[in-house]
Design a binder for this molecule. Structure first.
Ligand code: NAD
Ligand code: ZN
Ligand code: ZN
Length: 341
């Protein structure tokens, strides 16, 4: 085992990450050390590094919660995984296992949870520690690069789609066709939903159409709400918001059909105005949705492994992480960038 490993480290909010040699961590009881092969770059990593959210990570930290690799070492008492197993290390790093949320499958709401690449170091490194109970199990000999985005974008959007309660044959709007949105389109198709995709970039809408979206709207060029209401004959049954833009949230509510549900996944800093009259009279449900539990992750992996969902990925070396962040902020990445190690 090497003593040092290469990692991308956030030392100051809003400042470029630094590539450093840091000590390789040692797995404690219940933990595993994963040799990272690939780690997707989620927009949440940008929010983390910029300190965008009310609860901030403690500096310095290593971001990354779409890390995939091979178990290199196991700590005491680990039985679920073994050395050599391929696993992924998701945002939900660990939870208490016994609170009202944990015992009802809502471990993502556990007040004692830790989060990979946020409250504990993540996958922008050659090795990452994980809690053996919370890693995602991968199929044998996985394509780490292509599957990496399933670790967050996959599980988050599969769960978010479930949370809209849209049923086969009904309309689902995916607002924001970035890393999350482009896999959301595919999970929605896998669930026999009719998909409308919204973004501010035409190339992303083209990607959405190639992945099965039936209808697309450019939010900068057109009246998105009117277009969606017209196309769906009265509004979408479900709307999944992954856009990093607050106006998209208000529009999402306005394009929802009476009795429909809006699931909010995007996390731009700020708030959005909500028209009380419309929400009440149309009996609209507005719901936050945060990643997914371990079963959601297993399902997201299984659907991707079956070939029904295939992330569009571009690889970059770890050293390019600041450039990748800049391109994400500018909305210039189609699909997901995956750092290779
Ligand atoms: P991304 O940058 O890859 O994609 C965002 C997309 O939104 C881009 O394609 C961009 O063009 C589009 N967009 C911008 N303005 C828009 C508008 N007005 N209308 C429609 N689309 C618009 O980011 P990502 O990695 O897909 O993450 C998206 C958001 O989801 C981030 O805020 C991230 O933090 C959040 N997130 C939440 C969870 C969760 O559990 N809730 C999990 C992962 C990521
Ligand atoms: Zn994420
Ligand atoms: Zn708990």
């Amino acid at each position: 085992m090497a003593w040092k490993m290469k990692a991308a480290v956030v030392r100051e909010f809003g400042a470029p990450l630094t590539i450093e040699d840091v000590p390789v961590p040692t797995p404690g009881p219940g933990q595993v050390l994963v040799k990272v092969k690939a780690c997707g770059v989620c927009h949440s990593d940008v929010h983390a590094a910029d300190g965008d959210w009310p609860v901030k990570p403690k500096l310095p930290f290593i971001p990354g919660h779409e890390g995939m690799g091979i178990v290199a070492e196991i700590g005491a008492g680990v039985g679920r995984v073994h050395e050599g197993d391929p696993v992924c290390v998701p945002w939900l790093h660990s939870a208490c296992g016994c609170c009202e949320y944990c015992v009802t499958g809502w471990e993502t709401l556990c007040p004692c949870q830790t989060n990979t690449g946020y409250s504990v170091d993540g996958g922008y490194a050659e090795y990452v520690l994980a809690d053996a109970r919370y890693v995602g199990l991968l199929p044998p000999k996985p394509d780490f690069v292509t599957l990496a985005p399933i670790t967050c974008a996959g599980v988050t959007t599969l769960k978010g789609i479930k949370e809209t309660e849209a049923r086969p044959g009904e309309w689902l709007v995916v607002s924001g066709v970035g890393g999350l949105g482009h896999v959301a389109v595919q999970y929605a198709r896998a669930r026999a939903l009719r998909v409308i995709a919204i973004d501010v970039a035409d190339d992303k809408l083209e990607l959405a159409r190639s992945l099965g979206a039936e209808f697309t709207v450019n939010a900068t060029a057109e009246n998105v709400v009117a277009k969606v209401v017209e196309q769906t004959g009265g509004g979408a049954h479900g709307v999944l918001v992954t856009a990093v833009s607050t106006p998209a949230f208000t529009q999402a509510v306005a394009m929802t059909r009476p009795r429909g549900t809006v699931a909010l996944c995007g996390l731009p800093a700020g708030s959005f105005p909500t028209p009380i009259f419309d929400v009440v009279l149309k009996r609209i449900t507005i719901r936050g949705s945060v990643v997914g539990n371990r079963q959601d992750l297993a399902e997201a992996i299984a659907i991707a492994a079956s070939g029904q969902v295939k992330p569009t990925v571009h690889t970059a070396p770890l050293e390019d992480v600041n450039d990748v962040f800049a391109r994400l902020k500018a909305g210039r990445i189609d699909g997901r960038v995956v750092l290779t190690l």
